[in-house]
Structures are given as C-alpha cells and as structure tokens.
Ligand binder design. Structure first.
Ligand SMILES: Cc1cc2nc3c(=O)[nH]c(=O)nc-3n(C[C@H](O)[C@H](O)[C@H](O)COP(=O)(O)OP(=O)(O)OC[C@H]3O[C@@H](n4cnc5c(N)ncnc54)[C@H](O)[C@@H]3O)c2cc1C
Length: 360
C-alpha cells in the first residue's frame, strides 16, 4: 500500500508521519518552499476549548498528547503560557467537564472583575471567562520540520518538489505529476491548504467549498503584562505573549478569496488591532508594531481539518485541509484520525506500488 501525501504544512507533515508509523509506504511531496504557507506564519495558540464541539474534541486530544510527550512538546517548542477565553455566551458545563477529564485541574472560570484585576482587560458585562492552565502556544513551523526529519528517519520518502497535475489511473489509483513525470499511488491525499482548489482544478475537479482567507497579526512592544494566550469574543481580539515585553495581537480579517502565498500586510487592519487593544487593554499602550505577519489559510464550510473524499472523483483521492485558522490546535488529533480512516479504508487486494511514469 503506497500513500502519497501532497503538501508539507502541519497537516500533511503530521499525516505522513502518522502513516509512516504503520505498515505503509509513504511519500510526502513537500512543494518547493514552505515560506509562504499558513504553518510558517501561524501564531500557534493551542488550548482545549473551542466553540465547535468536534473541534474541541480534537483540540483537547491534541493538547493532551502534546503535553504527555516530551518529544512532541520539544519538537513543537511548546510554551505553557495558559489560555484565557472570553466568551459572549456562557461556556457549557459539559465542555468544562470534558476538558477537566482530559487535562485534570486545567480549567477554571474567572469573573469579569477578576479578569480586569489579574489580566488588565477592561471590565465588560459578560459571562465568566475560561482560564486554562495547561495551554499556551507552539511553533508550528518547527513541529512540521521536526516531524519531516523523523519521517525520513523512519524510512518515509520526502520529495522536495511541486505537484503540477493529477491523473486517475486504471484500478482506482491516482498519479501526481512531479518534475514532469507521473508518480503513482494507491491513495493520494492533498494536504495542500489554500492551494487545494487550484490543484484539483488541474484535473477538472471542484474544491469542495474550500475558501481562502488572509489571517494577520502583529508583534508589539508593551509594558509588563500578565496575559496568557487569549481570545476575546467581544472584540475579536486575540493574542499571546511573544517574549519579554512583547505581545502578538490580531483581529479576524474579511479578506476572502485571497491568493495563497501572496498575502500582504494591511496597515488599516493593523491600526484596527491597536484601536481594539486600546479599548480592551487600556493599560497596555501598544505603539507601532515590530513586525506584521499575514498569510492565507484554507477554510472549509464546516471549519474543520478532516479527511474528505473529493466530490466527483472516483477512487482513493482525498483532501486533508480546511483548518480555518485553527488547525495548529487540531492538527495532532486530526492527523491521527485521518491516518486511522485511511488505513481502515485500505483494500489489500490492490497493492499498487508507487512507480515513476514517463508521460507528462
Ligand atoms: C497568520 C496565521 C496565524 C494562525 N494562528 C493560529 C493559531 O494561533 N492557532 C491555531 O490553532 N491556528 C492558527 N492558524 C491556523 C493554522 O496555522 C493553519 O490552519 C495550519 O497551519 C494549516 O496547515 P496546512 O498544512 O493545512 O496548510 P499550509 O500550512 O498552508 O500547508 C500547505 C502546504 O502545501 C504545499 N503545497 C501547495 N500546493 C502544492 C503542490 N502543488 N505541490 C506540493 N506542495 C504543495 C504548500 O507549499 C504548503 O507548504 C494560523 C494561520 C495563519 C495563516
């Protein structure tokens, strides 16, 4: 059984690495550069709580795995800075219980007055905030590179090349065109993030509702603060510590249908972040940013990073993308789920090795 994973962002790298730990031959085609992808730019906030129950399940499992593994937390440069989530509606008791079950002692509720005195956020009339002790942030780019190195050490194949086309083969397999040649696999997975619709269109397939949107944040020098990683549903502001006297801060953008690899920093959006910070973090005084980061991520209609069959494509062609601005949290568990699904769907009567073809 040969599985080819195209794209070495966090999603593709972790999926290939999970598969390499099973009895499968894996090829990971990385693309020529990862400099412009979402995993390189990611702010890496990780916590167990997510408003979507299924994303929360994956975020919680991923965080528990990360914390239980010295290897993974080292590869990911995990920092346990904590996480503060400021909701507009009360957090369901069941969600708290689930986090407590996975990460005992991690969660507590904090009322608005305490949020103001402990963390410097302006008081609002709001339900209690959720504080997670066992949460923080990772370095998704380093995790992806460390995972790729281990994949190689385990005998997986890593090809630094860009796939320029796809082709269905007789017998149900698929080939991808790499460096002018078609390479065949029993199962082809496109973990190509926001580039996925363009790659599918090379073979006349539709993108399954995937959309691309810019995410932007900036790094600011601030006065001493006691903030953990945080998300404020009231303003949309999110952020995390970024070293001594520095904070990353961002707001959601509405820059849809962006071209992956070509996100530009928007000065208007950056100013909106400072204005929101001035209202919500009045003691913090953020000056001009040290650095602004912008990149494009793939958004699925259900907001989830999961394995999906490609609509209208026969055989074993899948996508594994759609993290929707949140897959640094979910990628560990989502990749374990996806690997399990691919191996369950394995059909042992069709063992077609990957082979170089000659047709372009
Ligand atoms: C600015 C920013 C901040 C974020 N902050 C957070 C956060 O704080 N917390 C959180 O949980 N999530 C965050 N996210 C979201 C999270 O980082 C992403 O959802 C996740 O990294 C997506 O990973 P991916 O592998 O699906 O996509 P990508 O990282 O975009 O990877 C796709 C890869 O496919 C490759 N590729 C594309 N086409 C081809 C081809 N034809 N052949 C070969 N390779 C190809 C690309 O080069 C790329 O390397 C953030 C995202 C951004 C952009």
């Amino acid at each position: 059984m040969r599985i080819c994973v195209i794209g070495a962002g966090l999603a593709g790298a972790l999926l290939a690495w999970r598969l390499a730990q099973q009895e499968v031959r894996v090829t990971l085609v990385t693309g020529n550069t990862t400099n412009q992808d979402a995993s390189r730019a990611s702010a890496g906030l990780v916590r167990a709580f997510e408003p979507d129950r299924r994303n929360a399940d994956q975020a919680g499992r991923g965080l528990a795995e990360l914390r239980a593994s010295a290897v993974l937390s080292g590869w990911a440069c995990y920092r346990e800075a904590g996480s503060l989530y400021l909701p507009t509606a009360p957090i369901p008791v069941a969600a708290l219980a689930e986090i407590d079950h996975r990460l005992p002692g991690s969660v507590s509720l904090v009322d608005a007055a305490e949020v103001a005195t402990r963390f410097g956020l302006s008081p609002v009339d709001a339900p209690p905030a959720l504080l997670e002790r066992h949460a923080g942030f990772i370095h998704p780019d380093r995790l992806r590179h460390n995972v790729c190195a281990d994949l190689l050490a385990r005998g997986g194949e890593v090809r630094q090349a860009t796939v320029t086309g796809l082709r269905q083969e007789r017998g149900g397999g698929w080939s991808c065109r790499v460096a002018g040649r078609f390479a065949r696999a029993d199962t082809m997975v496109l973990a190509t993030g926001a580039w996925t619709p363009a790659l599918l269109s090379t073979t006349g397939l539709a993108g399954g509702g995937l959309r691309a949107k810019v995410i932007q944040y900036a790094r600011y020098r601030v006065r001493d603060h006691s903030l953990p990683a945080f998300v404020d549903e009231h303003t949309g502001l999110y952020g995390r510590p970024a070293g001594p006297g520095e904070l990353l801060l961002g707001l959601p953008t509405e820059r849809w249908n962006a071209t992956p690899g070509q996100a530009h920093a928007s000065a208007t959006e950056e100013r909106a972040v400072r204005a929101a910070a001035a209202r919500r973090l009045p003691a913090m005084a953020t000056g001009t940013p040290v650095e602004v980061t912008a990149a494009v991520d793939a958004y699925a209609p259900d907001g989830r990073l999961v394995l999906r069959r490609v609509p209208g494509a026969p055989g074993r062609l899948f996508t594994f993308t759609g993290g929707s601005g949140g897959a640094a949290k979910t990628a560990l568990a989502a990749s374990a789920d996806a690997a399990g699904e691919l191996l369950e769907r394995r059909s042992p009567d069709q063992p077609t090795p990957m082979a170089e073809g000659t047709q372009t």
